[in-house]
Structures are given as C-alpha cells and as structure tokens.
Design a protein around this ligand. Sequence first.
Ligand SMILES: NC(=O)c1ccc[n+]([C@@H]2O[C@H](COP(=O)([O-])OP(=O)(O)OC[C@H]3O[C@@H](n4cnc5c(N)ncnc54)[C@H](O)[C@@H]3O)[C@@H](O)[C@H]2O)c1
Ligand SMILES: [Zn+2]
Ligand SMILES: [Zn+2]
Length: 359
Amino acid sequence: MRAALLQEFGGRPAPADVELTSILPQEVRVRTAATGICHSDRFGQVGGNPTLEMPVVLGHEAAGEVVEVGSAVTTVRVGDHVVVAPAGSCGLCRWCSRGHAQHCQNLARTREAGAPSRLEADGRPVTQFVGIGAFAEEMLVRESSLVAVPPELPWETAALLGCAVITGLGAVRHTAGVGFGDTVAVIGCGGVGLSAVQGALLAGASRIIAIDTMASKLEVARQLGATDVVDASRDDAQAAVLDLTGGVDHAIEVVGRPATVQQAFGMLGVRGTATVVGLPHPGDEVVLPATALLQEKRLQGSRLGGTSLRVDVPLYAEMHLRGRLQLDPLLGGTIGLDGLADALEGIDSSTAARTVVTF
Ligand SMILES: NC(=O)c1ccc[n+]([C@@H]2O[C@H](COP(=O)([O-])OP(=O)(O)OC[C@H]3O[C@@H](n4cnc5c(N)ncnc54)[C@H](O)[C@@H]3O)[C@@H](O)[C@H]2O)c1
Ligand SMILES: [Zn+2]
Ligand SMILES: [Zn+2]
C-alpha cells in the first residue's frame, strides 16, 4: 500500500510503498477513507517529539472501513465505518480505571518488544505516529484506537471526530467544565479551537470571544457561536478581552506558544481557569504573575480533551446527524497524498480550519 513516509525531522513526507505485517488478535485493519491534517502532525514532522523514531507515517485523525479484524476483537466487524483516534487505552490501568484513559499507562501504540513492527518499508520497521499512521491507504491499529460510527456520516466529517472535535469539545466540556452563563475566550481558531468555540456555545456560555490572527478563521468562529472576535494580528488579545469583559471565567489556549499561554492566564477574571490545549515545544517555559494566584486563578493542561472515545465519538456523530453539532464549517479542501507535504508546510497560513487527505 501507499503511505506518506517521513525520513527525517523537517523533511517532506513522500508517498512510498509500505507493507503491513500480519494482524495480531487485538488489532484491526482499516482501509483509510479520509485523514484530517492536525497541527500535531506538523509538530511531529518538525521534531516536537524528539524521541519519535524515523521513518514515520504521520496522521492520526482518520475515518475508514474495517477490512480485517484480529481473533480477539469484539467491538467492530468487517464493513463497519470507524473513526480512528489517538485515544487508544488498555481499560485496566490506574488511569483508565479512574476515568482518565488519555493518561493510560499501557497505550500499546507499538507492539510488545520482540514482535515485528506493524509497518515495514524495504524490510525496515516504520513508526506509526501515535500508534496510527493515518496518511496511508491502510491502518493497522489496536482495537482501542477506534470506534464504529453510523455509515451515513460522510468520511471527511467522520475524520474530524478523530482529533479536532473530541479535543476542542472535550477541553471545554471535560477539562474546563464550562458552565451555563460562563464567559469564555478561545485563543487560536483552527480545527481544534473552533471546536472549543462550538463547545462553549453548547455549554451555554454567555459570551464567547474568539481570537485568531486570521480573519477567515474568525468568520467561521462567528458561524459557530462566537459573540465577539479579536484579530490578534492587529490588537493585543489580552487587553481586548479584559476590555470586553473585565476578565473571563475560562480561557482556552489552542495555539501552543508560551506567549499565548501567558495571554490566556492574563485575561482571566477572579477564580478564572486557563486551559492549555496547544502543544508547547520541548524547553518552552511560561512566566506568570504569582500574585494573581491569590485571586484563585488556575492554569491547567488538557490532553485530547479528556475524551472517552467510545462515549464521545458516537455522541458527537449522532448530534451532527441530528443537526445539533455543526462540522461542515470546519472542512476546508480535500487533497491527495501527493499534496500532503505542501499542506503541512503551509499549515500556518492555511485559511481553512481543516484540510483533509482523501483516499
Ligand atoms: N492537547 C492535545 O491533546 C491536542 C490535540 C490536538 C491538537 N493539539 C494542539 O492544539 C493546537 C491547535 O491545533 P490545530 O490543529 O487546531 O492547529 P491549526 O494550525 O489548525 O490552528 C491554530 C490556529 O492558531 C492561530 N494562531 C497562530 N498564532 C496565533 C496567535 N498568536 N494568537 C491567536 N491565534 C493564533 C492560527 O491562525 C490558526 O488558526 C496545536 O498546538 C496542536 O498541536 C493538542
Ligand atoms: Zn490532532
Ligand atoms: Zn490504561
């Protein structure tokens, strides 16, 4: 099968022939239909995770059809439509048992030591980014990394549920716990941030301030429920939010830079909480005014929106099919695998919330 192979950090993933090795009992083989391009793929490409072994197939926000199941698989069958997400978990460890599977201690993203890698090229092992590797015609993944969705859900829409939507909605719902009437600012309105904007609307926020450096993203934010927008290429986001609200109950950071994390904390009101979703780079540090802690302000991270894959993905799919969750405004263009390298390089100037690779 063809997959986009990245040979070195900063390189360009290029289509190559990659083999899947034979399926193990807990694994599922999926024919990929659509894979969204998330900023975390760019993060992986440029070396954000220095331990990532090369060569690697990036891509982790995907939808496709089950074509083969291992002998121990019980939750999906051949022919099922599935969403594949970086949310695999064992269900048994301390963190899974406490309801925080995003911190599972046995992610099983790779096979046990000694077993062949799931992917090979020219007889050499190939890494699957977060155990998935979705910029590929097929994926061989753990059963816990996927969940079935109704077949009437279009492929590109289903793919978005694999990361952008679960992370953005989950950060608001599960991590921040935004409540009815709260004021919310969202910094960074890409696929994940726009999902946080819509999450705030669904949670009953009284005011939702969307912040981005691109006017096109702010327009979509308005469609998804933002009551106010701030163009951070022109205005100081922190000052603008303080001016509008006097300080928000929740700031959701979805960019991944120290400066925007500091802004998120700086725009809080008394007892406000800043929730950081963006991925900082190794070595990044944030500096905060310590006296603000006396006002009981809080700073916390959110990993994959604290999502329970098996609960949340079917819920969001159903809400979309019933017209309760808008996903189409997130969709930009579709491209083939050949266009991936350019799309990743251009991600910071892309006017679309999500570009999707289709197969
Ligand atoms: N914590 C997690 O589990 C998790 C999961 C998915 C993605 N992420 C991270 O979330 C972040 C967003 O991902 P995405 O796929 O939506 O990215 P994206 O590239 O689609 O969107 C980022 C947005 O931030 C905007 N932006 C850039 N600089 C800004 C600034 N100074 N102020 C305001 N806006 C600014 C960009 O214009 C863009 O619209 C990334 O860091 C990604 O790695 C984290
Ligand atoms: Zn992602
Ligand atoms: Zn676990």
